[in-house]
Design a binder for this molecule. Sequence first.
Ligand code: ARG
Ligand code: MN
Ligand code: MN
Length: 322
Amino acid sequence: MGNNDMESAGTLSASNETSQLHLRHHDVAVIKVPFGLGGARGGAELGPDELITAGLKREIASLGLNVSKEIRVDCPSESVAPIERNRVKYLSEVRQVSERVCNEVSGAIAEGTFPLVLGGDHSVAIGSLAGLSAHYSNLGVIWFDAHADLNTEERSLSGNMHGMSVAAALGHSAFNLSHIPGAGTFLNPSNLVYIGLRDLDVYEKEQIRALGIKSFTMHDIDRMGIQQVVEQALAVVGEGTDGIHISFDMDCLDPREAPGVGTPVPGGLNYREAHFALELLASTNQVTSMDLVEVNPLFDQNRHTARLGVELIASLLGKRIL
Ligand SMILES: NC(=[NH2+])NCCC[C@H](N)C(=O)O
Ligand SMILES: [Mn+2]
Ligand SMILES: [Mn+2]
């Protein structure tokens, strides 16, 4: 633990914020993954730097937390092999990045820190779930997303691997990381909850039903309100699990709030719904780790999406209004 950092951060946070932190760890490992080849259009590889520029480290320090390390995962930006039409795209690049992210996340947990993975497109979550699985035997996962990311190589209509991360973690895809010790099938469908869904492929709908994955669509949020949704989600992932991982795709938000994403879908979470959900999760004291992905500066307006991303991370890390 970097004591100097802790002290200066403590001074910054002055009064009321630190006392309300419910994080398990006061050290945050910032793991930047500048990878965009899993996405539908380029630009997500610029996400991590954009979040840093938008003030992420200042925000973390102002909460009285310590950035114990800041890692930049080495990511390929061009394919080494030509892409075949109608095939899964950049498979070997995604595999390479997944292995590196897995190692960094696993290392961060071994050091007793909170891994904060900054994407990158959502394929980076394959590595983070794999890394987590080496330490948690029964991890709960809340996947905030307009999409289910449940496609397999065979069933994907786009071939984009950011739409396949959950399938890979469930062991449904031929893409797996089983050669990494402890990381074969690293997610149990009954420990997974979706929040924010509104754009599903036919195969994904079938899978959600067949596997019985608890899903809160935008319809459910409209009907019950985000508080009920989060409470019901916690009834699934918060009991009998040994930690909760939040995988947060910025496209869960309405494009009016977060225009800077690669695959925007109208009708998403609004500003307060997103913050409130993360504030409620923070207060459980069970959140172990987070991915924040799909910030795409090429489609953003005045760094709006990156700034919102920073604010949302702060809410999950325990920031309170008063
Ligand atoms: N992480 C994301 N933004 N995923 C979007 C996936 C969209 C679509 N279902 C696909 O398979 O291509
Ligand atoms: Mn996603
Ligand atoms: Mn998405």
